[in-house]
Design a protein around this ligand. Structure first.
Ligand SMILES: [Zn+2]
Length: 380
């Protein structure tokens, strides 16, 4: 089994600076080192007007899931050329970007085209009520953009260890900040990488969504965890981790604080989960030693996913941090990462076709054990 090198368990040595964009959205700069450096005083001089508003959420009575109706997002920026990237630093005042300063390490700001926002436009006061199920609700919440580097062409797996540690801190800080909002039910931290995934900006960045309702996957997991607790008294995610560690065939990496394994019923051609050894609800609950190891382990998993298919330079991936709901049923959730790719072979994508998209019934064309073998084979 691949152990990971011990990480120095010190407090994050960086610094957070909070500023405001021209339309009132907050922007936070996370600097890698707590040393004299940029003070991030550059002002956002764009004539932006009102802060963005979000739409509404409607209840799907057939599935019991909430759907966000965000029609105003249709005209958002889509694959701009590198010269027009809105996540670059503002080096030329004639081309202001979303980040006013000319240099930064990690920048976090509220999305200009949010699916959820503190200010909403819907539902309209005179909208007819739905015939069944709960009434439409405002799409209240928060959507952060987390820019991982000022380098437009950087890949997260290749960033310095210090930078990755700063990113972990930004994830934890945003989770903590949004969880304190009583209008937020769950905070989801995620990254889409690669045009095949539907990424609209190639600059290295991730997102944080603070939802007004518990999202469907988490809702299902909570129900399964509740049944498991009633049947066994245990925590489902903790017991799954223990079972994978004991069985071992799908474990791909084991550190002092985290273990990565391919789930027994993996759905994607490349999929791996990462779980902390300690029962923690979210990233904010990780201590310094856990955060330090997480930074190392996360990049190692990204590198392995990237090496998965011989001859492919950059494997597209989605990585999502599932965290416990902030209110009711918090004790049934447990932090874990789901990292996966829809690339099943060089040049061949796994499409979510009739069975998956239509019926929600998944068919994996490989075996989880084979995925685990390969993820061990390509270890650093
Ligand atoms: Zn860029």
């Amino acid at each position: 089994m691949d152990a990971v090198p011990a990480a120095a368990a010190q407090r994050w040595p960086g610094r957070i600076t909070e500023r405001t964009l021209a339309d009132g959205r907050p922007i936070l700069y996370f600097d890698d080192q707590d040393t004299p450096g940029p003070v991030h005083e550059a002002a956002d001089v764009r004539p932006l007007g009102e802060p963005p508003h979000a739409g509404e959420i409607r209840y799907d009575v057939l599935t019991g899931e909430w759907v966000t109706i965000a029609g105003h997002r249709m005209n958002r920026t889509f694959l701009p050329s590198a010269a027009d990237c809105p996540l670059d630093p503002t080096v030329n005042p004639a081309r202001p970007t979303e980040v006013p300063d000319s240099s930064y390490d990690v920048a976090v700001f509220a999305n200009r085209f949010p699916s959820f926002a503190p200010l909403t436009v819907g539902p309209a006061a005179d909208a007819p009520p739905p015939p069944f199920g709960p009434a439409d609700r405002p799409a209240y919440g928060h959507c952060d953009v987390v820019v991982f580097s000022s380098d437009h062409d950087a890949a997260v797996a290749d960033l310095s260890a210090a930078r990755m540690r700063t990113i972990v801190e930004a994830w934890a800080q945003r989770t903590s900040a949004h969880s304190a909002d009583p209008g937020v039910a769950e905070v989801f931290v995620f990254e889409n990488s690669g045009q095949e995934i539907g990424v609209t900006l190639s600059h290295p960045h991730g997102q944080v969504y603070a939802y007004p309702t518990v999202p469907p996957r988490s809702g299902q997991l909570v129900e399964r965890a509740r049944q498991h607790r009633q049947a066994t008294g245990g925590n489902l995610l903790a017991d799954v981790l223990a079972a994978e560690q004991a069985e071992g065939t799908r474990v791909v990496l084991r550190g002092e604080h985290f273990t990565a394994y391919v789930p027994r019923a993996a759905r994607w051609p490349v999929e791996v989960h990462l779980a902390p050894h300690r029962d923690v609800p979210d990233l904010a609950a990780l201590d310094d030693a856990e955060r330090a190891e997480l930074a190392l382990v996360y990049q190692e998993l990204l590198r392995r996913v990237n090496r998965f298919h011989p001859g492919v330079d950059r494997v597209p991936y989605i990585s999502g941090w599932h965290q416990a709901p902030t209110g009711e049923d918090r004790d049934l959730g447990r932090l874990h990462l789901q990292l996966f790719s829809l690339l099943r072979a060089p040049g061949k994508l796994k499409y979510l076709a009739g069975s998956e998209s239509g019926a929600g019934a998944w068919i994996n064309d490989t075996t989880p054990e084979r995925i685990a073998d390969r993820l061990r084979e390509v270890a650093s």
